[in-house]
Structures are given as C-alpha cells and as structure tokens.
Design a protein around this ligand. Structure first.
Ligand SMILES: [Zn+2]
Length: 150
C-alpha cells in the first residue's frame, strides 16, 4: 500500500503504536476515499490529518514533521491503520511480532537472572523441577552428559 511505502520505518513503527494506543480520536470520510482525522498524541497534542487514497495518495498533517512537506508522518500512518486494521495486523506480523526463537531466548535470559539470585537449595529445587518435566529420553541424555557431575 502506497501510504506505507512512502513512510519511513520510524513513522510506521510510531504510527503503529500511536494507533494501538488509541490516539486516533476521529475519522470522517469527507468524500470517496478521502479521510480526515483527529489524532491526540500521548502528550495531549492534537493533530489534523488528511488522507486521500485516490490515484495518487495525498496526505497532510499539521505536525512539524509533515507540515508543508511531502512526508508521511506517524499521524498519517496511525490514521491509515485505523481505517485498515488488517494492514496494521500485517505490519505487526511482519515487523514487530517476536519470533518463537526470540521468545525462548527472552525466557531463558529471565530465568538465568532468577538463577543468579537464587540460593543453593532453590537452585536444586529448580533443577529437580526441570528434571520432572523432561521426557525419560532427555533425562537419560542429560544424566549421561553430566556423569562427572553426579
Ligand atoms: Zn503528523
């Protein structure tokens, strides 16, 4: 979609969160595929956005990033996501959604932090709990690999 193609990464990212946080307060279709919106940012500042989705996408906003410049600012992106939530979801899935690997890594790091704070008996409890969760095969493998430790 042209709106997103013309927006910077930063504008898309900030526009997404602006939309998600409910900063788009008003949207009106003033004529066919021409919209007008009111955006209130986290500081309470109000911006007026115009978005014309006809042939050549035309947009304007009265914020200082976009005023009198051909720049697609985060407010325009937020309005666009409000009008097309499926596009917002697609943007999220493509750029923001943490992958399964990231999730695992984050969980591991958090767990490690807890381990570093735990005392010896807590550590033993953690390890025993983890052992209970292992399949027999994994447990045998683990015990085999840590023979010297036993
Ligand atoms: Zn703006």
């Amino acid at each position: 979609m042209e709106v997103l193609a013309n927006a910077s990464q930063k504008a898309k990212y900030e526009g997404y969160y602006c939309f998600k946080c409910g900063c788009v307060k008003e949207v009106n279709e003033v004529s066919k595929r021409v919209y007008e919106g009111k955006i209130v940012d986290e500081k309470g500042e109000v911006f007026s956005v115009n978005l014309d989705l006809n042939k050549n996408v035309k947009s304007s906003c009265n914020c200082k990033q976009a005023f009198n410049r051909r720049v697609v600012c985060k407010h325009v992106v937020a309005l666009y996501f409000k009008l097309f939530p499926a596009e917002a979801k697609r943007y999220y899935d493509e750029y923001l959604k943490p992958s399964a690997d990231d999730n695992r890594e984050i969980k591991k790091r958090t767990f490690k932090k807890n381990l570093l704070r735990a005392d010896r008996s807590e550590l033993i409890d953690y390890i025993c709990e983890l052992m209970d969760l292992c399949t027999d095969k994994n447990l045998d493998k683990f015990l085999d690999e840590t023979k010297n430790f036993k």
